[in-house]
Design a protein around this ligand. Structure first.
Ligand SMILES: Cc1ncc(COP(=O)(O)O)c(C=O)c1O
Length: 379
């Protein structure tokens, strides 16, 4: 990777050491420009822009690129959603719950992956949250929390607070062995780590695009394995989701028999374009190369924090459990340190009593050194 050249496409680097991708990533310059150009054309031509090459790119190729990113067997297993929660709610609303069923999740999950399941309490579905042990969600604890009424295991690819990376393959196997489906909130991992839904048999996977995919806010994707479609009810049907949607006066066209039926109406083309541009960038760079780079950066950061004598709460016994997130306990007041870092142009997040640092592939060791110098001087 030619990081120097890549950084030219990230204007955020001119202003900040931006180490906050677990919160919101910056748009690459080329993506922002493509979206701006599209919006200008819209103001100049109304809907005509969508009839041209731009419309073809947006509507004709985005789904296929996303499918390639996660290696879906067919692109119609991908549907576009507003955010991670929207995707998870499509699953929560669609599965055929019976009174007394349960969902197994974890206590350390971001609330986006808890409330859609808590909302099933009205259907008398129980939510069981496994406790993390030393920042890790242990597969054996997930298995122990399951019983014959477990319909779904719902976990994140990467835990938002600790950065612990769950082993999706093992968890999928545990869920399936127990007769449950496996649903993944992938927002903290997609764009950093390869996801191959053919090798790793997750049933459902939802992710907003604004974090590690560096994409638009308020847009995302949901993967629904084709074989699971018949298990899912269609709670919100609309004209875009039917087979013969171009035939406006026909009201008996069946809903499509794939994930795209969940797009009930027109989706935001400017956001779709942003995602298209970014996914192309990830495909071009190669997600394996990105993982290598991010794991090297976070290893460097962990070493630096340890050298300062700080407690790194991110599990880091081996690389397979690490991610783009490194969290640590500062020696002084975390709010003071967070404010100091921001003052100095180093962008991170404070989460409770710890600080979360989350570099992406275009960041550098020099930027991490800048952060470490401030952290070392702030007691
Ligand atoms: C694990 C996880 N899931 C989901 C979200 C966001 O959910 P949504 O895309 O629904 O806003 C976040 C962070 O904001 C997160 O860390």
């Amino acid at each position: 990777m030619d990081i120097g050249a890549i950084r030219k496409n990230f204007p955020v680097t001119e202003r900040y050491a931006y180490l906050n991708h677990a919160s919101i990533g910056p748009l690459p310059r080329s993506t922002a420009e493509a979206m701006q150009h599209f919006l200008e054309e819209r103001s100049l031509t109304g809907g005509l822009v969508l009839e041209g090459k731009e419309g073809e790119l947006i509507y004709g190729t985005t789904r296929g690129k996303v499918a390639r990113l996660i290696n879906a067997r067919q692109e119609t297993e991908v549907t576009f959603v507003r955010n991670t929660s929207h995707g998870l709610n499509i699953i929560a609303a669609g599965l055929p719950w019976q009174t007394g069923d349960n969902v197994v999740g974890a206590e350390t999950e971001f609330p986006a992956n808890v409330y859609p399941w808590m909302n099933l309490k009205r259907k008398e579905v129980e939510v069981r949250l496994v406790k993390a042990v030393a920042g890790r969600i242990r597969p054996e604890d997930v298995a122990a929390a399951m019983d014959k009424r477990t319909r779904l295991v719902a976990l994140s690819f990467v835990e938002f607070a600790t950065g612990f990376r769950n082993d999706l393959g093992t968890l999928a196997e545990i869920a399936h062995r127990g007769g449950a489906f496996f649903c993944v909130d992938a927002i903290q991992g997609l764009g950093v780590f390869p996801v191959d839904v053919q090798k790793t048999p997750v049933d459902f996977l939802s992710a907003g695009s604004a974090k590690w995919l560096l994409g638009p806010v308020g847009f995302g994707l949901l993967y629904i394995r084709q074989e699971r479609l018949d298990e899912l009810d269609l709670v919100m049907g609309g004209w875009v989701g039917v087979e013969d949607w171009r035939n406006f006066f026909r009201y008996d066209s069946p809903f499509r028999h794939d994930a795209t039926r969940y797009e009930e109406g027109t989706i935001a083309p400017s956001l779709l374009l942003g995602l298209n541009k970014n996914v192309q960038m990830f495909l071009d760079l190669g997600v394996e190369n990105i993982s290598r780079r991010v794991l090297d950066l976070t290893a460097y950061l962990i070493e630096g924090l340890k050298r300062l004598g700080l407690t790194v709460i991110t599990p880091h016994a081996s690389e397979v459990e690490r991610s783009g997130i490194v969290s640590f306990l500062p020696s002084g007041d975390p709010a003071v340190l967070a404010a100091r870092l921001r003052q100095e142009g180093v962008i991170i997040s404070q989460r409770g009593n710890f600080i979360r640092v989350s570099p992406h592939f275009y960041n550098t060791n020099e930027e991490l050194d800048r952060a470490l110098a401030i952290i070392g001087n702030c007691h």
